[in-house]
Design a protein around this ligand. Structure first.
Ligand SMILES: [Zn+2]
Length: 443
């Protein structure tokens, strides 16, 4: 079994204090058959069933309140809540509500509710999978009217696709029976279209309450494989992550590509080194603004003529493609949730990276991650977007790579659990230097 390779390598005599520079290249990733079984469990038919029901409510505009049980946002969110409740007794499903005053695109006071499902892990650190269940659409021929809440807005792809992906991910992870180290949180956010409202309120609460959020896998516009320009692409998807090059969000993006390639070799994750599509936004940004790592998953080829239009219907969603994108999410989330927390590489206010005894080496230290069985070092030249070299170093908390300049390379370290599951990389990076204000005479 491939996983045993990782374990054998952990036990191999790599525990010395140093290694020859350049002696390693990126290794093929081992896969866990339990995660493979979860990926197989992801069902295009179920995704279709959830989405057919959601689009059946005609609109999910965040203010489309009505007494009807077959129309608008209230029965839609109730459907998401009850469906997730039905997946497993282990899922704690509830509404996360906020009373919001009129502002911006919110034209009346309203109680707005995210739908949140929590799968408790052994630790409190959280990993999120999300989409926004609300919709908006122009009135055909008339443009946007934010005071109108009841015109047809099926939002099958924006963002019904991300919502049902989140639901299906919740199902397979909760029904896997696996015991995760991390607590998994599945959220359908509300009022994304009014300005990331539900996500911003939730992220503010997380910061206020001091929650540890290791990652947000946000999915928005993720199920269409036929671009508006006629280009078909059902074998790649995009993951957007905020700058700078070694932000925690960028480490998350690299991690998703690494494990996407391991579990879904025929389905390519394309990383985009920007926060979101040009001039556009999404709920992960609400978390980024509060210092949490978060990325956006989107289809590779969008059809802009359907977005925010009554034409955003079920027919514009490719369910086999959506299922593959769901599997990429599940592979990343499951790997990270089974692994220990990422190592802390900062002590006393700075990175624990130095030049070693010789003055010309790369000497790294890190704080131990609880439950770690070993660590993997990664490095690359400082003009390269992804890690180029890696080395398993056993269960140690310091390591020196001789004759590798810490000026010319970027370094990171990930924690490995006893079964070989890997955490996010913690990169040894300095915060930007403050500016020097030198006083001149007379000024
Ligand atoms: Zn959207």
């Amino acid at each position: 079994m491939a996983l045993a390779v990782g374990l054998a390598m952990l036990a191999a005599p790599l525990l010395g204090r140093s290694a020859r520079p350049g002696s390693s290249t990126l290794a093929a990733q081992s896969v866990d058959p339990r995660i493979e079984a979860m990926l197989e469990d992801v069902s295009p038919d179920r995704l279709h069933e959830y989405l057919e029901t959601l689009t059946g409510f005609e609109t999910r505009h965040s203010l489309s309140f009505s007494d009807r049980d077959d129309f608008g946002v209230l029965p839609a969110r109730q459907y998401i809540l009850e469906t997730m409740r039905g997946f497993s007794d282990r899922l704690q499903v509830s509404l996360d509500c906020y009373l919001v005053e009129p502002q911006g695109r919110i034209t009346e006071e309203a109680e707005l509710c995210n739908v949140v499902a929590v799968l408790p892990g052994r630790s409190d650190r959280r990993i999120y999978v999300s989409g926004h269940y609300d919709t908006v659409a122009q009135v055909e021929g008339e443009g946007f009217d934010w005071s109108r809440h009841d015109n047809p807005a099926p939002g099958a792809n924006d963002d019904g696709s991300g919502t049902v992906l989140t639901m299906e991910a919740a199902r397979v992870l909760a029904q896997s029976g696996l015991d995760f180290d991390a607590t998994l949180v599945f959220v359908g956010f509300v009022a994304e279209e009014e300005g990331l409202v539900g996500a911003s309120l939730h992220a503010a609460k997380a910061e206020r309450e001091g929650w540890t959020i290791d990652a947000v896998f946000n999915n928005d516009i993720i199920g269409n494989s036929l671009g508006g320009n006629g280009i078909v692409d059902s074998r790649t998807l995009r993951v957007f992550s905020e700058d700078p090059m070694d932000s925690p969000s960028r480490q998350l993006a690299r991690f998703i590509r690494r494990y996407g390639a391991a579990y879904m070799p025929g389905h390519e994750v394309r990383l985009v080194a920007r926060e979101d599509r040009f001039g556009r936004g999404g709920d992960h940004t609400a978390f980024n603004r509060r210092g949490f790592a978060g990325v956006r998953f989107s289809e590779s080829r969008e059809n802009y003529s359907r977005q925010h239009m009554p034409a955003d219907t079920l027919g514009g969603v490719d369910f086999d493609y959506l299922a593959k994108n769901t599997r990429v999410n599940v592979a990343g989330v499951a790997t990270m949730a089974l692994a220990p927390a990422a190592p802390n590489v900062n002590g006393g206010g700075g990175p624990m990276l130095g030049r070693g005894e010789s003055g010309y080496d790369a000497a790294m230290r890190w704080r131990p991650s609880p439950g770690a069985a070993g660590y993997r070092l990664v490095w690359r030249t400082a003009w390269t977007p992804d890690w180029e070299h890696e080395l398993l170093v056993g269960n140690v908390t310091e390591y020196t790579l001789p004759d590798i300049s810490i000026d010319d390379y970027v370094f990171g370290v990930a924690a490995l659990g006893p079964d070989g599951h890997e955490s996010l990389v913690s990169a040894f990076v300095r915060p930007p230097r403050g500016r020097s204000d030198v006083r001149e005479v007379g000024r």
